[in-house]
Design a protein around this ligand. Sequence first.
Ligand code: HEM
Ligand SMILES: *[C@@H]1O[C@H](CO)[C@@H](O)[C@H](O)[C@H]1NC(C)=O
Ligand SMILES: *[C@@H]1O[C@H](CO)[C@@H](O)[C@H](O)[C@H]1NC(C)=O
Ligand SMILES: *[C@@H]1O[C@H](CO)[C@@H](O)[C@H](O)[C@H]1NC(C)=O
Ligand SMILES: *[C@@H]1O[C@H](CO)[C@@H](O)[C@H](O)[C@H]1NC(C)=O
Length: 354
Amino acid sequence: MASFASLICHLLLSTLLLGSHLSLTIAQTATPPLARGLSWDFHRLNCPRLERIVRDELNKAFRRDIGLAAALLRIHFHDCFVQGCDASVLLEGSVAGPGEQEAPPNLTLRPDAIRLLNIIRERVHRECGQVVSCSDITALAARDSVVLSGGPQYRVPLGRRDGHNFATREDTISNLPSPRSTARQLIDSLRNKGLDATDIVALSGGHTIGRSLCTSFTNRLYPNQDPTMDQGFAQSLKRSCPAVDSNGSVMLDPQTPNLFDNRYYINLRNRQGLFTSDQDLYMDSTTRPIVTRFAENQRLFFERFAFSMIKMGMMNVTTGTQGEIRANCSRRNAPSGSTYFTAVLEEEGESAAF
Ligand code: HEM
Ligand SMILES: *[C@@H]1O[C@H](CO)[C@@H](O)[C@H](O)[C@H]1NC(C)=O
Ligand SMILES: *[C@@H]1O[C@H](CO)[C@@H](O)[C@H](O)[C@H]1NC(C)=O
Ligand SMILES: *[C@@H]1O[C@H](CO)[C@@H](O)[C@H](O)[C@H]1NC(C)=O
Ligand SMILES: *[C@@H]1O[C@H](CO)[C@@H](O)[C@H](O)[C@H]1NC(C)=O
């Protein structure tokens, strides 16, 4: 009896210690330092209902198509990785935009999601005036996509302004990681964006919702099957994608495709990660322990995901007097009384960069 009590006591104590160790880690990292020009309450006075409008519009839109949540989350990621979070990917004429979906690394941002951002922008500007940027709206929409899919609530620093530059083909190719990347390649290539191994593992957890075209991963099935892939999983992928160039798609997390949870990491442990860039996070000894912790502890994953999203959302932001508040997320504001930019845009197409 005494030894049983002491065992319980011991277990309780180690749980407490472990718990406090984890919460210490979280407390230290709950919020990354704010980038210059951003603040938590940037629109408190000039657009107090901003966050309610965004949430409300997304609630309506997701009732029709929950896939938009994944699409919006991915748009924010692409926006931040290419030139910093300045809504450049939303510009018509950007290579990361809907006009150039065939460009490598296969840019399949859903046009419906870009339209939705414009609908939100329209309502926000109707209520508050042209004071909120498309990049702030994109960051809030990504956060609410996570929340409305069952993921963590977190606050978004605001005050971004929209960039003048289109995302060129080189920008996109050199800044967006390939799904064929190994964990080591991700760590090495994202270091200069200020992201560490834990950020990479946490942010990759965004793959708990959404879908992928077959062509983004059939290299792991044909001609030879990737030996790190679970046999049953490979068979089911081959049924959905019977050839290298199949035009179908699959869900990134087939167990809970629209639920933001830590299932992604459990899948990785079962060798059911879809891309090499996913599965190798478990195969690599540097990132494996992080995958394991997130697979075992959803709360910890949520805390770290929120932290890393805030960090990603501040990458190379345009603030202060730089950039502009776009009147239409799909195009730059024309300088007053001039048709110059539209003319140049039409002439130079996607490669136009100002
Ligand atoms: C670490 C490097 C990453 C790579 C290599 C990568 C790669 C990809 C690829 C290839 C797709 C499928 C595209 C398609 O074929 O349709 C995809 C989808 C997606 N990614 Fe990532 N991704 C990465 C990081 C992220 C991050 C940081 C997030 C967000 C936090 C994210 C969120 C998503 C979402 C939500 C989808 C589904 C989009 C939809 O259903 O429309 N990814 N990713
Ligand atoms: C992805 O990019 C590769 C390389 O450019 C291309 O061959 C392939 O057709 C693209 N797939 C899609 C779905 O865009
Ligand atoms: C910001 O952009 C510069 C290039 O303009 C790049 O070298 C740097 O890595 C970027 N920083 C982050 C945090 O993205
Ligand atoms: C692509 O998909 C369409 C239907 O969405 C189908 O009719 C067509 O045969 C497919 N093409 C190939 C090459 O698989
Ligand atoms: C916004 O710009 C796009 C691209 O130029 C255009 O197609 C769309 O009609 C514009 N929307 C509004 C409301 O003006």
